[in-house]
Write a protein that binds this ligand. Sequence first.
Ligand SMILES: C[S@@+](CC[C@H](N)C(=O)[O-])C[C@H]1O[C@@H](n2cnc3c(N)ncnc32)[C@H](O)[C@@H]1O
Length: 233
Amino acid sequence: MFDTIAPDYDRLNAWVSFRMDRLWRRKAVRQMPQEGWIADWCAGTGDMAREYLKRRTNRGRVVMCDFSTEMKRLSGERLGNVDRSRCYYVCCDVTQSPFKDGVFSGQMQGFAVRNLENRPAFFQELKRCGQANGRGALVDLSVPANRLWRWMCNFYFGKIAPRIVAIIARRGVFAYRYLSESVEHHASPASIVKEMTDNGLKGAKYAPLAGGIGVIFSWSERRSEETESTDRG
Ligand SMILES: C[S@@+](CC[C@H](N)C(=O)[O-])C[C@H]1O[C@@H](n2cnc3c(N)ncnc32)[C@H](O)[C@@H]1O
């Protein structure tokens, strides 16, 4: 499915979200360390990686991971003029990655938590591959808690966005229908934070974006160590 939508994916995202997707990615990327190895899980065409590499103060290296070979192929064009010597692409399933334990100082993801078939296995990978003092941020769409706002968003994503997609997309309109429906059936942010904590990610929390249409999940092993040592006095 992701191979099918790859050619139109970035353009459509920008149209359907009024470019808010870019702002939200930026917010998640700002939480990444400036040094070390950074994972971009479910990287697609590399939007998160590009955002990280564009920031002059960042000196880390980014490993993009995704199982769609078509997304990987297109990332070559879409990454633009970022420093290519600091980015790599690995085609793999993010729930069974080939990386060594504790390699990443930062881990990020854009718009994929809800698409993962085995989310607990992914959170276990985040725990296994993250450094002892590492941190991470995952941004995704969500369902607003406010009933009126939720109704308006459901109307937009259910009725208007599919028409925009039908006009612009060359292929895979069905896939976009699946993606917008997957938001409605998405687990609540609080239950996802609980899953993160249950799978060992320390200091997991979430912050709603634009009244809850989006959400950033984050964790920081270091912050929770500091909190624990402060608690111990
Ligand atoms: C909605 S796109 C997000 C792309 C990009 N991160 C962004 O910010 O726009 C979701 C991506 O997740 C990838 N994906 C979904 N499940 C995966 C898995 N289990 N392993 C690897 N990639 C996966 C898909 O191939 C697709 O490229």
